[in-house]
Design a protein around this ligand. Structure first.
Ligand SMILES: [Zn+2]
Length: 194
């Protein structure tokens, strides 16, 4: 299937729990995939008043390659530029674990309070194949951990599977409302069947 025909995949698609492969050569096909990932992220955001498409991993488009795109500005939707990371790895975790909200383009209508390290160091290649290193904290550190998890077949809900108080949904006014764990989460096959 051509790259441009690829679409976002969501749970319960089992491919989201698959481990992605390292990118060998960064060629035109990889660059085309990166552009398409950015477009898909921006398309998702269209018409969603209360949400921002902050990042995407290639596996979310059913391409099991270690590629992540991250928005350059999380606070300004008018800035539609991204950073592409090829073969990203976390080289160091620092600070303590902090719980905060996250969502995922591949997990429909669900938010979770997920523990993540406050600071991380990340190593990757840029699109020209040059090694780049980042030191991130707070929300950006969270985004790195979430996206690099995707390349390892992990979805954010997998961290909080048994956390009864951790699951939320957005209401029409854009407020996060806690969900009923027994009713909405525990036996929800669309989340856990894979
Ligand atoms: Zn995600």
């Amino acid at each position: 299937m051509a790259v441009m025909d690829k679409r976002l995949i969501t749970l319960p698609n089992p491919h989201l729990r698959q481990t992605s492969k390292k990118v060998g050569v960064i060629d035109d096909k990889i660059r085309e995939l990166v552009r398409h990932m950015e477009d898909i992220t921006l398309d998702w955001e269209e018409g969603r008043e209360h949400e921002v498409g902050v990042a995407l991993a290639a596996i979310q488009m059913d391409m099991p390659l270690r590629i992540v795109v991250i928005r350059n500005n999380f606070d300004d939707k008018a800035d539609k530029t991204f950073h592409a990371l090829i073969n990203p790895v976390i080289t160091k975790y620092e600070g303590g674990l902090l719980e905060d909200f996250e969502g995922c383009l591949s997990v429909k209508d669900l938010y979770g309070k997920v523990p993540r390290y406050d600071k991380v160091r990340v190593k990757a290649l840029d699109l020209s194949g040059k090694e780049v290193r980042f030191s991130a904290e707070g929300f950006l550190a969270r985004v790195f951990q979430h996206e690099i998890d995707h390349t390892n077949g992990k979805v954010f809900i997998d961290h909080i599977k048994d956390a009864r108080e951790a699951f939320y949904a957005l209401d029409d006014a854009g407020e996060l409302m806690q969900l009923d764990y027994e009713k909405d989460i525990a036996d929800n096959k669309t989340l856990w069947e894979y």
